[in-house]
Structure formats: C-alpha cells, structure tokens
Write a protein that binds this ligand. Structure first.
Ligand code: CTP
Length: 397
C-alpha cells in the first residue's frame, strides 16, 4: 500500500481474540496504520500489551481511564479510520450496534465513524444461528455494514457448526480490499483466466505446465479492489479462492473454452493470463496405459486458441493477452497482438531473473494496440496488475 491508511480494529471478548493479532500483523506488513480498541471482556483473554506491541500504538480500552482523553478519543479514532474491523465480533457488539446502543469506547466509535465497518463474527453455533442475532446481522447489513461469514468447524466449546472466526488471511484480504479507495472499475465486469490447463492422457496421467496462477489471481483481486464485478476462470492452482470474486474451476482447454465463451458477451474487460495448453492428446485412453518394453509414443493434436477466437468475436470488450517468451520478446508479442486482435499484450521474458511462472515478481512490457511499448521494472505481480489497470483506465478516459 503506497500511502499509509488507517484501520481501527475493535476487539471483543471471545476465545478467538488471539487471532486478531495475526490479522494486525498481516496489515502491518502491508504498511497499514493500526489502532486497537478492546472491550473490557477482550482484555480478559489477551492483554492490551500484545496488541500494543503489534500495532505500535496505544490500545484504547476504557472510556473513563486516566488521562480522560475519551471525549476526543472515540471521535478522533472514528475520524482517523479508513476502515474499522471488529474481530472477533460477538453477539453482544452486533446486538448493541444494531440497536443503537453506544455505552463503551468500541460501540461509541463504531457509531461515530463514517468509515466502512466490517464485522468478523465468532461465537457458539447456537448463538450465531439464534434468530435474534441473525435479525441483528440482517439489519446491520441493510445499513451498509459488512460481514465476513464465519467458518464452519469445531468450536472452542466442542460444538461443531457455523461460528468459527473466518481464517485470518481472508479477513486481512477483505480489509485491504476495502482500503482501496480507487474504484475506477466500478460498474465494470472483468473476466480473468489464470493458471495452467491440463491435457489428460489416461485416467491417472496428464500433461500440464508450470503456471502458478499468481499473476491471474493478482489481476482478479486488483480488479475487485477497484470496484469491478470479477469472474475468475482458474485452472488447477494451489492458491486460495479470493474473497468477493466468482471463481470457476476448470481443468482442460475445452472446459476453459466453454466457460470463457459463456461469460465473454457480458464482459467489459477480459484478461487472459492463463497458460493454456495448445495441444491435446489425439486418443485419450479410458483405461490406464500399461507399460511395455518399448517406447511410448503419444500423438497430440491442436486444441482451441481461446484468445484468438475471442479476438475474432470481440465487439466492445477490451481484450488483454499475455505473451511468455524466451527470445525476441517485443517482436513476438507484437505479432500475437495483431494475430489475436488484442487491445493490450503483457509480454514477459521467462528467462529473466525476477520474472516467470512461480515467482512473486515479474518483469513485463505492456504493449498497446498502437504498438506503444511500456517497459516496466521488476515488480510484484500485484504491482503489475495495478499498472495494467492504470494504463487501461487512462486510455478509457
Ligand atoms: N492462449 C489461449 N489459448 C491457447 C493458447 C494461448 O487463449 N490455446 C492465450 C493465453 O491465455 C495468453 C496468450 O493466448 O493470453 C498467449 O498466446 P500465445 O503466446 O500464442 O500462446 P502460446 O501457446 O504461448 O504461443 P507460442 O507457444 O506459439 O509462443
């Protein structure tokens, strides 16, 4: 995060309190300013000192503690916050805010802020499913408060069901997403493909490539953070399903083709970052191929060039392709831009250091339809995604 934003974390009393520490640590790693307000019962589980050490700010607990700075404090934190997140959010705080009760530092700050407030509930399953709690949640949602759905699993009390605090990386991701104030893709539908596809040989074997999907996922998240409605069509990856994005999992070129075609007409921007297999096996074996003494010869035939097809079908969509090359980078990429009728192509030399499939960084050049080449330094895949949408949005204007 380039300019430092402020998140106020409200910590309520529950066994999941310690997990709020991990969320704070994740936010700090992204240069976010964190202030913490703890309810009195939260301090029974973890001391304010832990939160103070991690957030590097004084933790606010009691409105009436000396020095009596509360008159301004709940207002100043409410004003300072770009986002407020309540972790864990108990039935109590949800009930209080839903019913306009402001009787401690946390509830008064929530009432006084204009910032986006996100509740991450955690409580016993029966409490969570209690119609009173559910009705309070619905009421708050109608007022524009956001909720991070709790996970299902074994709870501290031994019960199994909904009510477990959502995973901390998901909570942090949702907070970071809410912090992005640049909503220049609001109202746009963005379709992204990511990861590899596989070509099946027999029921147990297939060939694929080394794509990790990191670039495509970073692009999908960036589009989401800028306000777009995002559909991500993903080949097999080890990456977590991003929050707030419709993810369609596919394996083969044919499945990706079918899914992309279904969504293409309805999309404004299509970014095809997937490493799609160009060939498929000519004769798929329904039975496992047994070994023999000789060599194994497999014949492959051409499969769909999905991006080329999109280029020929394109109406008003902005079409972005990728070119992973090992030589003649710009020349080859420009050739693909023309051949596939693209608006932009992101070209990268997979042999350069800091670039390529599994890294967290990439070194790319973005080439426009008019063949302007914009060379970029080595940067994180997230930064590449930011640059890509900066360029597209500048051109749309
Ligand atoms: N692409 C696609 N369908 C394919 C192959 C590629 O949609 N069967 C898309 C990729 O998602 C990427 C771009 O086309 O955006 C890459 O094009 P290209 O470089 O032609 O694919 P390669 O298979 O890498 O081409 P080559 O092997 O000839 O370099």
């Amino acid at each position: 995060m380039s300019e430092s934003k402020t998140v106020v974390i409200g910590v309520c009393g529950g066994i999941a309190v310690y997990k709020a520490l991990d969320v704070i640590s994740r936010l700090k790693k992204q240069n976010v300013n964190v202030h913490v307000i703890m309810t009195k019962s939260a301090t029974e589980f973890v001391t304010p000192l832990s939160f103070q050490s991690l957030s590097q700010n004084m933790v606010v607990t009691d409105m009436f503690a000396e020095p009596k700075a509360w008159e301004i404090q709940h207002i100043s934190l409410a004003k300072k916050a770009d986002v407020m997140a309540i972790i864990p959010a108990t039935a109590n705080i949800i009930g209080k805010v839903a019913n306009g009760i402001a009787d401690d530092m946390l509830s008064t700050t929530i009432m006084a802020t204009h910032a986006k407030v996100i509740f991450a509930p955690a409580m016993n399953t029966n409490m969570y499913n209690n119609p009173i709690v559910q009705s309070n949640i619905s009421k708050l949602k109608e007022f524009g408060y956001d909720f991070i759905c709790p996970a299902s699993g074994r709870l501290a009390c031994g019960d199994v069901g909904d009510g477990k605090l959502q995973e901390t990386d998901i909570i942090a991701e949702q907070i970071l997403s809410a912090l992005n104030s640049n909503k220049d893709l609001q109202g746009k539908k963005v379709l992204v493909t990511a990861g590899p596809t596989i070509s099946k040989i027999d029921p147990v074997r297939y060939i694929t490539n080394g794509s990790s999907g990191k670039t495509g996922y970073a692009i999908a998240k960036e589009a989401r953070d800028r306000g777009a409605k995002v559909t991500l069509i993903s080949g097999p990856t080890n990456l977590k399903k991003p929050v707030g994005i419709e993810v369609i999992n596919i394996e083969t070129n044919e499945e990706m083709h079918e899914s992309v075609m279904k969504h293409f007409d309805d999309s404004d921007i299509v970014v095809k970052s997937a490493a799609v297999a160009d060939y498929k096996i000519k004769c798929y074996s329904n039975e496992k191929i047994k070994k023999n003494d000789g060599a194994l010869n497999l014949e492959f035939i051409r499969d769909n060039d999905i991006l080329k097809e999109l280029g020929s079908l394109k109406k008003n969509q902005i079409l972005v392709g990728f070119a992973a090359e090992s030589h003649n980078l710009i020349e080859n990429a420009k050739g693909k831009l023309d051949k596939k009728n693209l608006d932009y192509i992101v070209a990268n030399n997979i042999t350069e250091s800091g670039a390529g499939f599994r890294c967290d960084t990439n070194k790319v050049s973005i080439i426009k339809r008019d063949k302007t080449v914009i060379p970029l330094e080595v940067m994180t895949k997230k930064k590449v995604a930011e640059k890509l949408f900066d360029i597209i949005n500048e051109d749309i204007k």
